[in-house]
Design a protein around this ligand. Structure first.
Ligand SMILES: C[S@@+](CC[C@H](N)C(=O)[O-])C[C@H]1O[C@@H](n2cnc3c(N)ncnc32)[C@H](O)[C@@H]1O
Length: 535
């Protein structure tokens, strides 16, 4: 890797998006500290928050600047930074600004997750790393310490874990102010964090219109006081009551008076079960594009017995870790010369042209932005119920072992793109193997087949799109759980429901015959408008 690339990589790994000094100064300006206050900056960078904090404390002491600085840096300010270069920059900035470099201070060159503090703090301020990497050596330990609060999972993400550890370190009544990614407002995996904040204090979130040129992620300022269970949060100046938050199923902080009534009835998850699909791990080996009803197969698949070795098992294991008893067991199997079945994938001398449908191949449900219905674009080698693919996965790294959505393979349902600004739903015909890039939903037992058309029609409405993107998950990701949490349109009359079903059936027929539907089309809009609630 070139030096620039390595630096960029390291910067990303450490989530190093430094706060512009004027933003940090503004975020510190309204605090009124006292000489006994202890303030922590848990990832101080080059001191964007530290410098204005020092300015705030200086007038609280008497005497020459050097002496006052010494007191502030040993009594009031605490900090941690994992990058020695940035920490040195912070100290150098203090020296150049006040002409004195305190010999003693409470700034540690350390990993915040491994750092211990002898006392709690009155204030914790900063901008914790977002999307950074957690040291693999302590990941599992941290997961045990910080990965669960109030019975809910906390996502193993640097800013989420920074926040949880910081809340633990805050005194009752203490204040925390963090710049962080806006993703925590809605996404399902941050549900535990939202609950924790609401259950332990008063939170207020304000969008940061402009953060920095270094990142395009939307950022917010989270202001929190550890004052015990709260009955609401304030987001962008609006009060969101706890009861409304609870209605959404994922404790979204983007619910509003306007949208809350839609969440008061059944959800799509009562009618459909949604699932993710499978990650093959190496699509190029098994998945082929379909061109004019044919595919070209460059490989030949055969099976062989591979010797089991401890070295290979360690390579495949999560974080390279295998428990001692398991290690001993594998070593013994290695000694006995035991083997495991694996698949050999060899290039053919002449690629094979295969006309579809073919018994050795199944259509593969790759994501597509098409609405209503789309012809299959890919097929997967699936001879003997996917033996080659499943054997390949079983022999691959630990994260490939599971087969997402396997029990739904072949079923008829609905499907959409995982990553998209809009929820683009189409009908999934029977017979497909499912890909992780296109989650799917299937009727629950006993639910009428017409519901599939009705719900497909519902997803075409602007209202459904808003409920998903404004309330349930405002990021580009549309997970299966997000889909299940969408309200079922219980407010639509039986007559209108029938009309939706008839219209969708007709559109489906036309789409299957080759017609392409787009969001701007008259029929789509007409179906969508049928879901408007009468006020
Ligand atoms: C988003 S930057 C913010 C820095 C500074 N607080 C600011 O506002 O400019 C995050 C900082 O966290 C540091 N960092 C990343 N992982 C850390 C860890 N585990 N412990 C302590 N610092 C860490 C990075 O080096 C980086 O300086």
């Amino acid at each position: 890797m070139s030096q620039t690339k390595t630096l960029r990589h390291r910067k990303r790994q450490l989530g190093q998006f430094l706060t512009p000094p004027e933003t940090a100064r503004r975020l510190v300006s309204d605090f009124e500290f006292t000489v006994t206050d202890r303030v922590l900056e848990p990832s101080l960078g080059c001191g964007a928050f530290i410098l204005p904090l020092i300015e705030k404390f200086l007038p609280l002491y008497d005497g020459p600047t050097a002496g006052r600085l010494d007191q502030i840096l040993t009594r009031n300010l605490y900090g941690v930074e994992i990058d020695a270069v940035l920490l040195e920059e912070c100290l150098a900035s203090i020296e150049s600004r006040w002409g004195h470099r305190p010999a003693r201070h409470n700034f540690a060159h350390a990993d915040f997750f491994a750092a211990a503090f002898p006392h709690p703090f009155d204030y914790i301020l900063g901008n914790p790393p977002f999307g950074g990497t957690i040291d693999p050596a302590i990941q599992d330990k941290l997961d045990r310490e910080l990965g669960r609060r109030g019975g809910l999972k906390i996502k193993k993400e640097t800013y989420a874990f920074f926040l949880v550890k910081s809340l633990d370190l805050l005194k009752p009544g203490g204040r925390l102010r963090f710049i962080c990614s806006d993703t925590f407002l809605t996404i399902n995996t941050m549900q535990g964090l939202r609950r924790l904040l609401l259950d332990t204090g008063a939170a207020r979130v304000e969008r940061l219109e402009v953060f920095s040129d270094e990142t395009k992620y939307a950022m917010v300022v989270l202001d929190y006081a550890k004052t015990g269970l709260a009955d609401s949060v304030i987001v962008d100046g609006k009060r969101i009551p706890r009861e409304q938050i609870a209605l959404t199923g994922n404790h979204s902080w983007q619910i509003s008076d306007e949208y809350a009534p839609y969440f008061a009835g059944p959800k799509l998850g009562d009618f459909l079960v949604a699932t993710s699909g499978m990650t093959v791990g190496a699509n190029a080996l098994f998945v082929r594009p379909i061109i004019d009803g044919k595919l070209v197969e460059p490989y030949e698949f055969s099976y062989y017995e591979e010797l089991i070795t401890l070295k290979r098992e360690v390579e495949r294991a999560r974080l390279g870790f295998i428990a001692p008893s398991k290690r001993a067991e594998i070593a013994a199997r290695e000694c006995r010369g035991e083997t495991r079945r694996n698949v050999r994938i060899a290039p053919r001398i002449l690629p094979l042209e295969v006309a579809l449908p073919h018994p050795d191949y199944r259509y593969y449900n790759k994501a597509a932005h098409t609405l209503i219905s789309a012809p299959p674009t890919h097929a997967i080698y699936w001879k003997d119920e996917g033996d080659a693919v499943l054997t390949f996965k079983k022999n691959g790294n630990w994260y490939l072992h599971g087969v997402g959505g396997q029990k739904f393979f072949g079923r008829e349902g609905l499907t959409w793109q995982l990553i998209s600004q809009t929820l683009n739903v189409r009908h999934l015909p029977p017979g497909y193997v499912l890909d992780s890039g296109a989650p799917c939903a299937f009727l629950r037992e006993g639910i009428s087949e017409d519901e599939l058309d009705f719900i497909l029609g519902w997803t075409l409405s602007p209202l459904c799109q808003s409920l998903l993107k404004d309330v349930i998950n405002h990021t580009k990701n549309i997970q299966s759980k997000d889909f299940e949490r969408l309200p079922y349109p219980f407010w639509v009359s039986a007559e209108v429901k029938q009309e939706v079903i008839s219209r969708v059936k007709l559109m489906l027929k036309e789409a299957q015959a080759g017609r392409v539907f787009g969001w701007a089309g008259g029929e789509i809009m007409a179906v969508g408008n049928l879901f408007e609630r009468a006020h």
